[in-house]
Design a binder for this molecule. Structure first.
Ligand code: GLU
Length: 495
């Protein structure tokens, strides 16, 4: 790309960062990185009733967790700052004054009642032009100035040139989009309370910040012709627009909380990995080649392109996100898994000492990681998988359903008796997964029972449930004495 790419993500801090906003941020970031450009974060906080500093902080934290580093913006600064709209109010005022002075905007003194009456009349006479009826457009400049100075309330409207014609946008996603001239009225750029409207503030900022590409949700496509009017009035180049599709839930309806889609931080807290989350979201409307699903961050940051964004709505499928998260966890080395997920989860659950140097047997940990990692979809799964291993014969919690199904049935006491004898022949220094399995192996034949029945009974006795990791490995990690004690305890539950 010959031009020096500058893009921005401009969230309004009226809420937390959600899936849709996060995807917009990812696309802007990736596009900047792929083109050696600049990624700007701007806080669009001009709505004072709904914007909060707390939400701004939540958004910044979420951006950091997503790993979307910004080159200019809050905390890092930059030559085009400040980067919060509330700190830029004088700039909007200045720009509006300039347009007023140049006759490209004008004060409008219409009262809400007059506007309403005009609207109704236009509707009744089926006027092809239903917008603002331009009552104040031709008030002579000196009269208008006098009324403003006398304190009469006014808004400022942009003066759409008489001969402007249709507005044609060449959107990088949607292609050519034409907005009919009759849709364009002299819209308000400054309210009577002295605050700028979104369409004005955004364009003043995008122009001042030298934004070359506006990548945002296609709910903003309908704002674009008005924004083009502002660029033209300001004499600023119109950027490339790329309006990205909506995200739908698996039921085909617009994504919302009903679909379990929550804020980015809730995904973080639920144990999703940032890399997996970013990878999954990047595919909601974009593809590398139409088939690759695992796209590491560095590949996204070098290969992202606007021409592979789809026009069609994307579907957010939590199951696919879980699958992707599990893929990323599985692709970790054991050491990485131990350091990033296993130890923190164990410490958090109070199963291990907070000081990782205390009481960690490297070989034991490695074996634990080997059985826990392939079973972890979310970091939050780890504690549950590990709990039976870290329990003791007296503290182990037996799952009622598992006991009813695998232990509390006629004849199962004999399984545990036989298991105790078989395992009792294994000396402590030979308490290894393969040998444990080998000791249990002959039991089904000897007892004339199905293999599944025998192993289930031992599994419930030792782990308290039916779904634990491979039995031999788990029993090795628990240790001989505790396994024997657990079987002893479980014997009272077996019939
Ligand atoms: N603050 C606007 C929003 O959050 C930004 C829209 C835009 O990118 O122009 O929707």
């Amino acid at each position: 790309m010959s031009q020096n790419v500058r893009v921005r993500f401009a969230p309004s801090p009226t809420g937390k960062l959600h899936i849709g906003g996060a995807r917009t941020a990812i696309y802007n970031w990736a596009f900047a990185r792929a083109n050696g450009g600049t990624f700007i974060l701007r806080i669009d906080d001009t709505d004072p009733t709904r914007s909060t500093e707390e939400n701004t902080q939540i958004i910044l934290r979420a951006m950091r967790w997503l790993g979307l580093d910004w080159d200019e913006g809050p905390e890092v600064g930059g030559a085009a700052g400040p980067y919060a709209q509330t700190e830029r109010l004088p700039l909007y005022r200045e720009a509006a004054e300039r347009l007023l002075a140049e006759g490209k905007a004008y004060p409008c003194f219409c009262t809400p009642e007059e506007l309403e009456a005009d609207r109704r009349a236009a509707k009744e006479r089926k006027d092809p032009f239903q917008g603002y009826q331009r009552r104040c457009r031709n008030i002579p400049a000196d009269e208008a100035r006098a009324r403003m100075e006398a304190g009469e309330p006014y808004t400022i409207r942009i003066k759409v040139p008489e001969d402007r014609g249709d507005v044609v946008i060449n959107d990088a996603v949607h292609g050519t989009v034409t907005f009919a001239a009759k849709e364009l009225d002299d819209f308000v750029i400054f309210r009577s309370d002295g605050t700028p409207t979104y369409n004005f503030a955004t364009v003043v900022d995008d122009a001042a910040m030298g934004i070359t590409h506006v990548i945002r949700g296609d709910d903003h496509l309908s704002n674009t012709p008005r924004q083009v009017m502002v660029y033209e009035a300001l004499g600023a180049p119109v950027p490339v627009f790329a309006h990205i599709s909506m995200i739908l839930g698996t039921d085909g309806k617009k994504l919302s909380k009903r679909h379990g889609a929550t804020s980015v931080e809730e995904y973080r807290d639920a144990g999703y990995l940032s890399d997996a989350f970013v990878n999954y979201l990047s595919l909601l409307g974009w593809s590398l080649d139409g088939e690759t699903t695992i796209i590491p961050r560095d590949v996204l940051a070098s290969r992202f392109s606007l021409d592979r964004i789809s026009k069609n709505p994307a579907t957010f499928d939590p199951k696919k996100l879980d699958w992707m998260n599990a893929e990323y966890i599985n692709a970790m080395t054991n050491d990485e898994f131990i350091e990033k997920l296993l130890l923190p989860a164990l410490v958090q659950q109070g199963l291990m000492d907070a000081d990782p140097a205390v009481g960690v047997d490297g070989a034991w940990m490695d074996k634990l990681a080997a059985i826990v990692k392939p079973r972890t979809k979310l970091a939050g799964d780890i504690a549950g998988i590990c709990a039976p291993i870290f329990a003791t014969a007296s503290s182990l919690v037996y799952d009622e359903k598992s006991v009813a199904k695998g232990l509390a049935k006629d004849g199962m006491g004999t399984i545990l008796d036989a298991a105790r004898v078989a395992l009792g022949t294994l000396p402590a220094d030979e308490w290894e997964a393969a040998k444990i399995d080998a000791a249990l192996e002959p039991l089904p034949d000897a007892l004339e029972l199905k293999k599944r029945v025998v192993f289930q009974a031992v599994r419930v006795a030792v782990c308290g449930n039916l779904v634990s990791p491979p039995l031999g490995e788990t029993m090795e990690l628990i240790g001989r004495d505790d396994c024997m004690a657990r079987i002893e305890r479980a014997r009272t539950m077996a019939l």
